[in-house]
Design a protein around this ligand. Structure first.
Ligand SMILES: C[S@@+](CC[C@H](N)C(=O)[O-])C[C@H]1O[C@@H](n2cnc3c(N)ncnc32)[C@H](O)[C@@H]1O
Length: 335
């Protein structure tokens, strides 16, 4: 297997519970079908921007035997586990430790000027959620970290302990759509002055105690929105995605296809906007004939967002919030 910018230090045997068998790739068949017309040809290159445990990647390599895969992840543990899984495909798979907005540089380094397919399966992986000590899950007590790449950046505890209150309120509102942001942040600021936060259980308890009864009755675990907000902030998720989807569209060859699985409305809105903008004309209004350079670059392949079936959700509850959007590149960029 081709390898770039990532050294496997410890041999990479999946730990119990994290191996191939457990993780079910979300909307797998539909993702493969969406990308198929672009990948069923010799020399096709497909980029999996979110390798994770390699479920989608493995299926792409199996279903499209003439295609080569470039797969990115910012989480070295994910790369380590997937390297084993994809080893049978030899040098058809190149795994790269990178944040997905670095896609243009990665392709450059690999000498690829364009690709035929791109897949994003956004958010956190099952492995990240299941590993308690990564601190993503509010259901178990763990250090408040939430970094997808543990080699860089600051963790959730530092955000909570050091950000000005106004900034925390903004984050909870914008990234968690949390209506009780002010109330939660007041409680956090009061508590952090007594003792800095280190673990998730104290935060979960504080959120529960600070919310009015009515707010606790709806929307599942009351800590869910705060955890989502902290995770998005810690990993700069939306900022990175905002750059990455246009970069992926730009990297597509004509007839190339992109598929994106989003898991919350903020991600999905952003994806929808980028794809819709690519599928619209950029001509000033009122032109009698739209010149070639203003014609859309994309054709949408999904009507709105496609959702997982009830059957899939019954088998894999983590698929429940998924929204899939796809598009096909139909022309080059205007000069
Ligand atoms: C939902 S999982 C992907 C699961 C994968 N499709 C599978 O079948 O195993 C998302 C993965 O994307 C990675 N990821 C999230 N944001 C990223 C980013 N900005 N750059 C690179 N990788 C990212 C996470 O570390 C995680 O491993």
């Amino acid at each position: 297997m081709g390898r770039e910018a990532h050294a496997n230090k410890d041999g990479g045997v999946p730990r119990e519970g994290q191996g191939q068998g457990r993780h079910v790739p979300v909307m797998l068949q539909r993702c493969l079908d969406l990308l198929a017309p672009a990948l069923e040809r010799p020399g096709a290159v497909v980029v999996d921007c979110t390798l994770g445990l390699g479920g989608h990647s493995e299926a792409l390599l199996s279903r499209f035997p003439e295609a080569r895969l470039v797969a990115l992840d910012r989480d070295k543990e994910a790369l380590r586990l997937s390297e084993e899984r994809l080893a049978p495909f030899g040098d058809r798979a190149t795994l790269v430790h990178a944040v997905y907005d670095e896609l243009p540089d990665v392709l450059d380094r690999l000498g690829l000027t364009s690709v035929q397919g791109v897949l994003f399966d956004l958010g956190v992986s099952s492995m990240q959620l299941d590993e308690a000590d990564r601190g993503f899950a509010y259901a178990q007590d763990a250090p408040l970290d939430m970094r997808m790449d543990q080699t860089t950046g600051i963790g959730a505890a530092e955000v909570l302990n050091t950000y000005p209150p106004g900034e925390l309120v903004r984050i909870l509102r914008a990234y968690g759509e949390e209506k009780q942001a002010k109330r939660i942040v007041s409680a956090v600021v009061r508590e952090r002055e007594k003792e800095p936060f280190t673990n998730s259980a104290r935060l979960v308890e504080l959120i529960r105690d600070s919310l009015p009864q009515a707010a606790k009755r709806t929307g599942g675990n009351p800590a869910k929105r705060t955890f989502q907000a902290l995770r998005i902030e810690v990993n700069g998720e939306l900022t990175v995605l905002e750059r990455a989807v246009p970069a992926a569209v730009k990297a597509l060859a004509v007839e190339g296809r992109i598929a994106v699985l989003a898991y919350h409305s903020l991600e999905d809105r952003l994806v929808k906007q980028v794809l819709a903008a690519g599928a619209a004309t950029t001509a000033p209004p009122g032109l009698p004939v739209v010149p070639e350079r203003y014609q859309p670059r994309l054709k949408l392949l999904t009507r709105g967002a496609e959702l997982p079936t009830e059957e899939e959700i019954a088998q894999n509850r983590r698929a429940a919030p998924a929204r899939l959007r796809g598009a096909q590149r139909i022309r080059e960029d205007a000069e």
